[in-house]
Design a binder for this molecule. Structure first.
Ligand SMILES: [Zn+2]
Length: 160
């Protein structure tokens, strides 16, 4: 039995549609299908990571390319008006992202950033998530994070 009116159903469907196409949703769906379970937006951790895997001590952030200044946006001009405002805003966003990842790393968490543009290729996305979640090394860390690599070389265990 279906008690929804046409209008209600329409609203409901459009809500589902937009949710199902968001970058975060694509990541969650893929990770879930791979058999991993996670917590969402854990406020107790720096930066409130989008997906948290407590037993693996791993977290995933899904970043919008525009707000977090992914390299794919390099050729996209900044808004003409209030240019200084935008430059400052983006600089702070990037600085905060770096700080959050560094704080998590120091607390023993491995981090992965999935960019919005990377969620459009489902095969690539699955590979990247699998490398990160199944791998014992932080192979998929954000490579901008030189501090992470420096820290990692200090704590890395010798291979068997
Ligand atoms: Zn991008």
């Amino acid at each position: 039995m279906d008690h929804m009116t046409r209008e209600q159903r329409h609203r409901c469907m459009s809500h589902i549609r937009s949710k199902n196409t968001s970058p975060e949703w694509r990541v969650r769906k893929t990770v879930f299908a791979m058999g991993f379970r996670y917590r969402l937006h854990d406020k107790r951790l720096p930066g409130k990571p989008d997906l948290v895997f407590p037993r693996l001590k791993k977290v995933i952030f899904i970043h919008g390319c525009f707000w977090h200044r992914h390299s794919c946006q390099a050729n996209r001009p900044l808004p003409e008006t209030n240019r200084a405002f935008w430059e400052e805003k983006f600089r702070r966003n990037q600085e905060r992202d770096r700080q959050v990842l560094a704080d998590l790393w120091k607390a023993g968490w491995q981090t992965q950033v999935i960019w919005e543009c990377e969620t459009r290729d489902s095969a690539l996305l699955q590979q990247k998530l699998s490398d990160f979640l199944s791998g014992s090394l932080p192979s998929a860390v954000n490579y901008d994070l030189i501090e992470q690599h420096a820290l990692y070389s200090l704590v890395a265990e010798p291979e068997d």
